[in-house]
Design a protein around this ligand. Structure first.
Ligand SMILES: [Zn+2]
Length: 363
């Protein structure tokens, strides 16, 4: 065998092997490739047997190249074998993915090294979904942004001044009681009991008019049951401008509730309510979107209590350096947790905070 023929034959064999390997997509066809090329009487070992007929110089020259060919062919075969095997293995069996060494170990039974192909699709892929909170918050934010509001944020660790004093909640108000509030060992610091301190932060900037909403966690030191948790979500809204009235508040809330529950005929009703930071204070109920004649959600009353709201109390405006003679505004707070539970028919608040996959994959 001459040098030229060796190289040509090597090239042909290499091409033939790679084509056959590429065409094999099932374990059976892959086995055919193994028998044809790699088995004891296969084309590759037969070809390599010719090394022994080479002259000593050619052995030195071509030997390593031919051995290398055998090694890479076997490696390519193993890679393909693992790929085909992985297509029949559930995703959960992938134990580690070490991107640095670009090796993947698959299943407890098969333990193979293969090249990582980030573009390949694994069978039985599971896709994540947005948490029900995130879905409702995104929807609410879109609705309010379309009405000209902007998104505001505030810290969950708040000062006593922002959480109580500036919101016209006097020193002797029961809300300040240690049974309701998580006080910290820092002076006058607490976990916010409502999202309303964001109103104070926004008003104190004194960039008027202001129209913001803020969604976030609030904390109450109370026992946990199906409808209470020490952490819950609220959505706060604030609009301060000249000549703002209850009519602006009701129009805004009606638009928002109709969009959330996708019901154009969703009506609201207004009752007087007391919140220290608004005057007048209003409790707003919406017509039950789930029934026409009473159901368990609305406790057969047809109305569901959903928002606490009112016109911003002059004391709150003053505490933030805004002149109540010149400006007025409305504020409202959705129990966001309650809204999410209503929208999705969730009957236990603890499920929302559990992180359990069998619950979360339903959304
Ligand atoms: Zn109902």
């Amino acid at each position: 065998m001459s040098k030229a023929t060796i190289l040509i034959e090597l090239q042909q064999l290499q091409t033939g092997f790679q084509q056959a390997l590429a065409q094999a997509t099932q374990p059976a066809s892959l086995e055919q490739v193994r028998i044809k090329f790699l088995s004891r009487q296969g084309l590759i070992p037969e070809f390599l047997k010719q090394i022994k007929d080479l002259s000593p110089e050619d052995k030195i020259k071509f030997g390593p190249q031919l051995q290398e060919f055998r090694k890479t062919s076997e490696q390519e075969f193993s890679t393909k074998q693992a790929l085909i095997a992985s297509q029949n293995i559930p995703v959960q069996n992938i134990q580690t993915r070490d991107a640095q060494t670009q090796n993947i170990q698959i299943s407890s039974k098969i333990n193979l090294n293969l090249t990582l192909d980030p573009s390949s699709e694994l069978p039985n892929q599971k896709f994540g979904s947005l948490h029900p909170y995130t879905q409702v918050i995104e929807k609410l934010e879109n609705i309010f942004i379309s009405m000209g509001f902007r998104i505001a944020e505030g810290p969950e660790l708040e000062t006593e001044f922002n959480n109580f004093t500036a919101l016209n909640i006097p020193d002797d108000h029961p809300a300040r009681d240690s049974q309701d509030t998580f006080w910290l060992r820092l002076p006058q610091q607490l976990m916010r009991t409502q999202t309303s301190p964001v109103q104070i932060r926004e008003l104190s900037k004194q960039e008027l008019p202001v129209a913001v909403i803020a969604a976030g966690r609030a904390y109450r030191n109370e026992a946990t049951d199906a409808s209470h948790d020490c952490v819950f979500m609220q959505l706060e809204g604030l609009l301060v401008d000249k000549n703002i009235s209850v009519a602006n508040l009701l129009g805004t809330l009606k638009t928002c509730l109709r969009a959330i529950f996708e019901r154009e005929d969703l009506d609201i009703r207004v009752r007087p309510g007391f919140f220290p930071f608004v005057e007048p204070g209003l409790e707003i109920d919406m017509l039950c979107p789930f029934c026409t004649a009473g159901c368990s959600v609305c406790k057969r009353t047809r109305w569901i209590e959903i928002v606490g709201a009112g016109l911003v109390h002059p004391n709150v405006l003053r505490a933030c350096g805004v002149d109540p003679q010149e400006y007025s505004g409305f504020a409202f707070g959705f129990g966001l947790t309650r809204l999410v539970m209503l929208k999705y028919g969730i009957n236990d608040i603890r499920l929302l905070h559990s992180g359990k996959l069998d619950f979360l994959t339903q959304f």
